[in-house]
Design a protein around this ligand. Structure first.
Ligand SMILES: [Mg+2]
Length: 301
């Protein structure tokens, strides 16, 4: 089941990164993460996921419930996460919310339409929509406009929207075809270069297009984040080694590993995810059940 492969892959990556978010690469080199940890940055028990997983799950819950992509409803579920602690598996509720997301949700709560709530500034290009866009990759015939619109709920700048389109295209290639990782990435890049050939921001993705990724970091800037994830996928050969490499870049560890874990889960499959990591995630059975319902929607839609 591809939905479970990708979504559990994303959540496990997130939970691996949570205890060491904001640590430096040097700290991680001195003390690399090799297994699921507990406490640390947010003082959360082992297996706690953060905003990345919560917003991903909220998106799937909305689409499953409405049986379609309803932008207003997705935003309502984001509010339920942000203000009512829905879709969290932490006893202390919601933690770790990105600034652009926080401002967008406030605009929506104050009455802005869903598609006018997202940040449009150059600085609104953190990885906050990239980290939650994976569910769209499982929907048959998903188009770029819809991917961009779902990004725009919080991250409406062209750079973020294009990054989401590229990521979804890579994931779709992995879902639909049996190829090497490099071939999936090249295929997706070719499609994005063609579709966005007149875009002024396409140059931002040049390092990805030309596979010039030897100097990546675990940054929260959306393109930097995607560069790091693609580098981790291209230089490892298992789910475990891909997500650990992402975490051990330091900085935005949970999100880098979540974005990487989504692709690695799809590519290597659910059975490749260390089962003791999966079993450490609180509420994992509820997530698996939602994945099954979401896959049914995708198959029938
Ligand atoms: Mg997070």
């Amino acid at each position: 089941m591809k939905v479970k492969d990708g979504i559990i892959g994303l959540i496990v990556g997130d939970a691996l990164g949570v205890p060491v978010e904001f640590t430096t690469r040097r700290e991680r080199e001195a003390d690399p993460v090799t297994d699921m940890r507990e406490y640390g940055t947010y003082d959360q028990p082992k297996g706690t996921w953060s905003d990345d997983s919560s917003m991903t799950i909220a998106t799937m819950a909305s689409i499953t419930h409405r049986q379609k992509i309803d932008y207003e409803d997705i935003m309502k579920e984001f509010l339920n996460w942000a203000y009512l602690d829905d879709y969290t598996n932490s006893a202390s509720g919601t933690f770790d919310m990105e600034n652009t997301t926080s401002r967008s949700l406030r605009r929506y709560a104050d009455g802005a339409p869903a598609l006018k709530s997202g940040g449009t500034g150059e600085r609104d290009n953190g990885n906050g929509s990239l980290m939650r866009i994976l569910p769209l990759a499982f929907i048959k015939d998903i188009d770029y406009d819809t991917v961009e619109a779902v990004s725009s709920l919080t991250h409406a700048h062209e750079i973020s929207r294009t990054a989401c389109a590229l990521y979804v295209e890579i994931a779709k290639s992995m879902i639909e075809n049996d190829l090497e990782i490099k071939e999936h990435i090249d295929n997706a890049c070719d499609k994005i270069k063609e579709h966005y050939k007149d875009s002024e921001v396409l140059g931002k993705f040049e390092r990805i297009f030309s596979n010039d990724l030897d100097d990546v970091r675990g940054r929260s800037f959306v393109v930097g984040s995607l560069e790091c994830v693609i580098h981790c996928m291209l230089t490892t050969d298992s789910y475990r080694s891909a997500v650990l490499k992402a975490v051990n870049f330091g900085e935005d560890t949970d999100t880098t590993a979540a974005i990487c874990g989504g692709l690695a889960g799809i590519y290597y499959g659910y059975d490749s995810i260390p089962q003791d990591w999966v079993n450490s995630i609180t509420c994992i059975e509820e997530v698996k059940s939602l994945c099954a319902k979401y896959e049914k929607f995708c198959d029938e839609g």
